[in-house]
Ligand binder design. Structure first.
Ligand SMILES: [Zn+2]
Length: 256
């Protein structure tokens, strides 16, 4: 008895449980339908006119989202607009630009001022090319059985000739020795430079010259087949040495 009764009790509740959910499901469906109808009525004539159950609901949601977004943006705008006159956040922004604009002219003014003294204060090198840009037509060495004791530098006649280094003019003129109009400069360190075949001499004996100073003009006086500067370096008077390595050691490349 006791064993059967639970079985019967189990059967009866099974049927009741199966029937009760169905009833409750029907009731729920009715409730859902009623709620949907209420929602449809609540949405108004638009939902009814469209007669779409799914379309108006998301449309309404999207409209709500848009309206909320617009409201939020309006709120942001209102906050921004309201903040603009009250907070001085915009007033400092022009002030830093004015501050930044003021240092820029000072920087340019400083940059303009600095290079000028640098250019003017550049010291001339101790040794310079006596005739820059000239073509080397003959180097120091044996030539035609005799020693060519200098370097021949060619440019059009009348090209300025410059002192290779600072010194004192010891000879200036035509000694009728084949060099034509020539100039000797004693550099005070045991070396002299000699500039021959000049068309015109621009210095006098005893004159002190600076490196790069014009001492005369190229020509073809003396034993010269054409206008050129015959440039010599003397280690002691009339002891000619090869000018090329000497000048190269002083930072001037004559090309030989
Ligand atoms: Zn020569």
């Amino acid at each position: 008895m006791q064993e059967d009764s639970p079985v019967q009790n189990e059967n009866t509740p099974d049927t009741s449980q199966t029937t009760q959910p169905q009833r409750t499901g029907r009731r729920n469906r009715l409730i859902v339908l009623g709620a949907a109808a209420l929602v449809a009525l609540g949405l108004g004539g638009v939902a009814v006119a469209t007669s779409g159950n799914d379309r108006p609901a998301p449309a309404a949601v999207s409209l709500d989202a848009q309206s909320r977004a617009e409201a939020a943006s309006r709120a942001d705008r209102s906050e921004r607009e309201s903040s603009t006159p009250v907070t001085p956040s915009l007033s400092p922004t022009p002030s830093p630009s004015a501050v930044s604009a003021s240092p820029t002219p000072t920087r340019t003014a400083v940059a303009k001022v600095k290079p000028k003294p640098k250019k003017t204060t550049k010291p001339t090198p101790a040794w310079v090319d006596p005739m820059p840009g000239a073509a080397v037509t003959s180097c120091y060495g044996q030539r035609w059985g005799t020693l060519h004791a200098g370097i021949d530098l060619a440019l059009p006649s009348g090209t300025p000739i410059r002192a290779a280094a600072a010194g004192t003019v010891t000879q200036a003129g035509d000694a009728s020795d084949g060099y034509g109009n020539s100039v000797f400069i004693d550099h005070g360190n045991g070396y002299l430079t000699h500039y021959a075949h000049q068309s015109r001499i621009a210095v006098t004996v005893g004159q002190k010259v600076k490196a790069g100073q014009v001492i005369g003009y190229e020509g073809a006086t003396g034993d010269a087949t054409g206008p050129h500067l015959h440039f010599e370096v003397h280690q002691g008077m009339w002891n000619q040495i090869d000018p090329a390595p000497f000048m190269r050691a002083h930072g001037v490349d004559l090309g030989c």
